[in-house]
Write a protein that binds this ligand. Structure first.
Ligand SMILES: Cc1cc2nc3c(=O)[nH]c(=O)nc-3n(C[C@H](O)[C@H](O)[C@H](O)COP(=O)(O)OP(=O)(O)OC[C@H]3O[C@@H](n4cnc5c(N)ncnc54)[C@H](O)[C@@H]3O)c2cc1C
Length: 445
């Protein structure tokens, strides 16, 4: 094999990365190609690389950062994420959530508790690096500190019609039979595919180290605050000696979003602690008709705009779409011609739309209601046991928002009614009735 275990060709002067096992002797350039090149080593990319490598293919995973790398993220990991992990993967959980305090812009705080774990909390650098190690163990080759500039499917860098040229920032070209774009929300591969977005949000976060008494107060409990800006919310996710405190809101309200985070931190009595990291990141949701492929290139995770529109939960979307992209990239890599490649790419798009696409559709409806009537959702989730149970089931992964609406006529009717109501004039939040069943201590399941 012409690579060392970092994927670097032993002859550093060589500008083309090749895999001898897959040599395509007939090509004009006479250069072998990787079966699958994956761009970006977050959960989507690591998942795709794992799926293609475990199928026995030659896989190169290219990441612009050095690992482990920081990623602005709450690190909340819900049931569907656990189900999408490689076999034997142990989640590096920093905390297990058994209680949720909900508040409405700092008011009407109520805590709901559950004997069974609701969801887990992890540090992204640790989690992502561990996923990449799994992909490597399955046979994927990793190159870090390497930025992909673009992909080309035609032109002088492309030896034949079954090959894609992946052009790196230093001009080096990597050849592949199929490419998976998993390069996050500012995706270059997404731009190549023509991903269309209909929702862009700005998330701001602070990692706040806290002394033991404060950490103990938060252990096993998260806070979710429905925010002052339409569609916004804030969270406190405890991870041992550090609290991840963040807010998210529609892009275009940068100053107000920053103020929300500052007020939120101050209100919680955490303003006196110096954050170890303060950062911001955009999240993007695809429009319903957005493409998921172009030629031999697929996109997944944030690069494809696959994200739950209401909660902006993206790890499970990244893991699930990454795995599908890896599996279908294998088939595209074996496609003899453009028609065959197209057929496989359409199968990938169909699988995404039938699963994550449906979930996104329900999430959009939930967001539309939440934007107009956060008080109504707050009242329901803190005051109505079925609403809380639904939240708990979704967090644990025993159902999804879409599954709930599909299988429970009552949930479907409630969403229809709320859909209709959200088109009606808004009442002031003060007129939202106090939920009778809720108590400050919270009802246990
Ligand atoms: C503030 C905030 C909080 C969030 N909290 C949660 C949460 O609690 N739970 C949850 O499920 N989701 C959360 N999300 C969403 C979640 O972080 C993302 O959906 C998830 O990281 C998507 O994974 P990904 O693999 O698609 O992309 P990423 O994790 O962004 O990975 C993309 C990778 O590609 C690399 N890359 C980028 N460009 C290139 C290039 N040109 N060449 C090579 N490599 C490249 C990047 O360095 C990166 O490592 C949050 C998002 C934000 C903004």
């Amino acid at each position: 094999m012409p690579f060392d275990n970092t994927g670097h060709r032993s002859d550093q002067e060589q500008k083309h990365i090749v895999s001898s096992e897959n040599a395509d002797a007939g090509s004009e350039h006479d250069e072998p190609v990787w079966d699958v090149v994956v761009v970006g080593a977050g959960p989507a990319g690591a998942s795709a690389a794992y799926a293609a490598a475990v199928a026995g293919r030659q896989v190169l995973l290219v990441e612009k950062a050095e690992l482990p790398r920081y990623k602005t993220c709450g690190g909340g990991i819900i049931g569907p994420s656990r189900d999408a992990l490689p076999p034997g993967f142990e989640l590096p959980l920093r905390d297990r959530v058994h209680a949720v305090t909900f508040s409405l812009n700092g008011k009407l705080a109520r805590t709901r508790r559950s004997k069974r774990m609701l969801f887990g909390l992890l540090n992204r650098p640790e989690f992502d690096a561990s996923l990449v190690e799994h992909a490597q163990k399955a046979g994927a080759v990793l190159r870090t500190g390497v930025t992909v500039s673009r992909v080309e499917q035609h032109g002088p860098a492309v030896p034949d019609r079954r090959t894609v040229a992946v052009v790196l920032a230093d001009g080096e070209t990597v050849l592949a039979r199929a490419v998976v774009g998993a390069d996050g929300s500012a995706s270059r591969i997404g731009a190549h595919v023509g991903v269309k977005l209909d929702q862009v949000d700005l998330g701001l976060e602070a990692e706040i180290p806290v002394p033991p008494p404060v950490a103990e107060d938060w252990a096993g409990r998260v806070l979710i605050d429905w925010g002052p800006l339409p569609g916004s919310y804030g969270w406190v996710f405890p991870k041992g000696d550090t609290l991840t405190v963040g807010v998210i809101s529609a892009r275009g309200e940068g100053a107000a979003t920053k103020r929300y985070l500052e007020d939120f931190i101050a209100r919680l009595g955490l303003a006196g602690f110096e954050p170890s990291v303060s950062s911001g990141h955009l999240t993007r949701c695809r429009s319903d008709d957005s493409p998921l492929s172009r030629g031999r290139v697929l996109v997944c995770g944030d690069a494809a705009g696959l994200l739950e529109p209401w909660t902006r939960e993206g790890i499970s979307f990244a893991l699930r779409s990454g795995r599908l992209a890896g599996e279908w990239a294998v088939r595209i890599s074996e496609a003899h011609d453009a028609v065959d490649a197209r057929r496989q790419a359409l199968n990938y798009a169909f699988a995404i739309k039938a699963g994550l696409g449906v979930e996104m559709g329900v999430g959009r409806r939930m967001l539309a209601i939440f934007e107009r009537r956060p008080g109504l959702l707050h009242a329901a989730i803190t005051g109505l046991r079925p609403a809380w149970n639904a939240f708990a089931d979704i967090a644990r992964g025993s159902t999804s928002l879409a599954g709930l609406v599909r299988n429970h006529p009552l949930a479907r009717r409630a969403l229809d009614v709320l859909d209709r109501r959200q088109a009606a004039p808004v009442v002031s939040e003060e007129s939202v009735p106090e939920p009778a069943a809720a108590s400050e201590a919270g009802a246990k399941e």
